[in-house]
Design a protein around this ligand. Sequence first.
Ligand code: SF4
Length: 241
Amino acid sequence: MASTLADSLPLVGAERRARAGRGVGEAAAVRLKVTEIFRSLQGEANTVGFPTTFVRLTGCPLRCHYCDTAYAFHGGSWQMLPEVLAQVEALGTRHVCVTGGEPLAQKGSRALLRALCDLGKEVSLETSGALGYHDVDPRVVRVVDLKTPGSGEESRNLYEQIETLRAVDQVKFVITDRADYEWSREQVAARQLAARCTVLFSPVAVQLAPRELADWILADNLPVRFQLQLHKILWGDVPGR
Ligand code: SF4
């Protein structure tokens, strides 16, 4: 398996092949519980619209009221990391997003993220913000939720971690109502988030009219990026899209 995967890499330099070889060697012992691996357009965040391979890991210790991926809480299939990498390679996108569930709840997720970077992918991690990401490979772009009161999981926020976000990272607020909006606005100001990284505000589908949130942002001239989930507009709320 190791030689097959390394040989499949484009000849873009000895370093990448050597790194991939190391990644594959490490990967042989790592297993992950996977809900789905698929190619779609990135629906959110700074790479919205790019063809992206999604690796959705199974399981999440949170239970946000508005969760749209509850199907990833249970089930899934155990796969060895080389199998996962081979599927990602076969889908052929430059961008790869590791998501869940909460991917960091699985020990092997760090090795997965590192191996994807070693393969030369542009890798992003979608995480709840409730688990530590200090040990995630620095090449990975972190898209971190700050859970609003409307999520029911506000107490899980690790606020001190937010201070470690870099300019390439993003912090995301998923907003259910006006109270959530005001809370989010306070967080952005108090923690000077917009000076640190991109700040994303998303309305919860069916709970808050997107136009209402857009009007609030404009009225307050907030330095945040409003976003809608592109994949849901295109294909609806279905797994694998
Ligand atoms: S952290 Fe994400 S996957 Fe987990 S319950 Fe909340 S929205 Fe769902």
